[in-house]
Design a protein around this ligand. Structure first.
Ligand SMILES: Nc1ncnc2c1ncn2[C@@H]1O[C@H](COP(=O)(O)OP(=O)(O)O)[C@@H](O)[C@H]1O
Ligand SMILES: O=C(O)C1=C[C@@H](OP(=O)(O)O)[C@@H](O)[C@H](O)C1
Ligand SMILES: [Mg+2]
Length: 173
């Protein structure tokens, strides 16, 4: 990463640990932390699941795109945890690469399913977590390939993932 860049941007499938790892990175590096989903909820004044139910996924994606741009354009140094589908829009991918160092977190299906199984806040996984994770993972299998750096988190703790990202950032930035 060029340290001139203002953001470390975490991308990856649901349950790869973007939100959790962003907290550790923020504490360790002293950068502010922004979770795209939290910002969307603040901006809209409603939960992600309600946006999906009341307005539909295409409307959610439009809001996600606007909120991401506003976060990335603001020049303060920060760690950004994106939502798993934010990378589907090519415009979002361009913005992330232009303004940030993009880190992809991955995990195998088994670990993802274990991590998200008891959390009912993700609308895309309602009504059959295993089946939905497997189907979406297949659909999105190359969606995160554009990142600058990638970490397989399957057998790592969140602390180990944060260590790995910080090491890479300090050595190669
Ligand atoms: N490397 C990891 N090892 C074990 N559990 C993890 C790991 N990363 C995340 N988790 C757990 O998985 C769940 C989803 O993590 P979260 O950070 O919300 O992922 P994301 O934001 O990528 O969807 C949380 O309960 C979190 O504690
Ligand atoms: O993969 C997706 O399309 C989504 C991922 C979620 O974020 P996490 O990846 O943090 O779970 C959230 O943005 C929304 O439920 C849609
Ligand atoms: Mg998250």
């Amino acid at each position: 990463m060029s340290k001139a860049k203002n953001a470390i941007v975490l991308v990856g499938f649901m349950g790869t640990g973007k939100s959790s790892v962003s907290k550790l990175l923020s504490e360790r590096l002293g950068f502010m932390r922004v979770d795209l989903d939290d910002e969307i909820e603040k901006f809209e004044g409603r939960k992600i699941s309600d946006i999906f139910t009341e307005s539909g996924e295409p409307a959610f994606r439009e809001i996600e795109c606007k909120v991401l741009a506003s976060i990335l354009m603001n020049g303060e140094r920060k760690i950004i945890a994106t939502g798993g589908g934010a990378v589907l829009n090519p415009h979002n991918r361009d913005l992330m690469l232009t303004h940030g160092w993009v880190v992809s977190l991955t995990a195998d299906a088994r670990h993802i399913i274990e991590r998200v199984r008891n959390d009912h806040s993700r609308p895309l996984l309602q009504g059959g977590v295993e089946e939905r994770v497997n189907k979406l993972l297949e659909q999105r299998k190359h969606a995160y390939d554009f990142a600058d750096f990638s970490v397989d988190t399957s057998r790592m703790t969140t602390e180990e993932v944060a260590d790995c990202i910080i090491r890479q950032w300090e050595e190669h930035a």
